[in-house]
Design a protein. Sequence first.
Length: 310
Amino acid sequence: MSCFDVTLKESTFKYSIPSISGSYEGTLSADGKLITGFWTQNNGPRQLDMVRATKETAWEVPTPPTPPRRMAADADPSFEVATIRPSNPDTPGRGFRVDGRNFSTLNTSVSLMVQWAYGIQAKEIVGAPEWLDKDKYDIAAVPDGDGQPNGQQWKTMLQKLLADRFRLTFHREKQVLSVYALTVGKAGPKNLATSASEGPLPALFFGGTPGGIMLPGRNATMTEFASVMQQAVLDRPVVDHTGLKDRFDFLLKWAPDDSQFDGHPPISQAVSPLPSLFTALQEQLGLKLDAVKAPVDVLVLDHVEKPSAN
């Protein structure tokens, strides 16, 4: 799956970027030096004309930065420096961010940190005190060692931080829970392009699109996709039963309902041309979500405290 599509038929030039629901259509002049047309995205068309650059007007293309060196795959890093502060309740947003070797959270509860660090859903945490979900924290941290950590190394570092600064201890048990099983439909998967990215991290970030939500996936496994869906969208654990092992690029668009995003979908519930999540998965990716009961690992909290001082 390409990130954008470009065509030129006679004098009509078109390109589109599906991941941001944007498109352009223009007319190429006879001398090939001018394209006059319109860019369309969200709020309707806007005129956008493009003039062929000359040596005098062309921007100098900067030399791309050297890709960061990866941390050794067998390294077991910890956060060398980590500050933890109560969140400002007036600051909008919530989530985790990795920028090079810098890790941060915004308005994240300890419950959400445990979910992210251990790849579980809220219902897989047992015995949590009330403040675990209500109190919110901002974290800024930098790893020890050299190189850029991979996804699992970031999670391992957060696990260590939870144990050190929040005194988190737990044990695991098996419990039968209501879950969603992510499986491949009868016709097989579709629109799942094997990723050409060589980066260590997946990109799974929600965005708005006319009438609903879009989730462009880049360099992501189905297990990582299931993890994001269970932590951010759905009200129960999601178990990956697809059997698909590669990393994929894909795009999913749907109209969320009130059962998703903790009952607060980030769009209005106006009439939408987009399908429901379950229909979108089948039509766009050839995947299914089936509600079943299954034994899953849960984390039973033995002890947890509010964070120690920086």
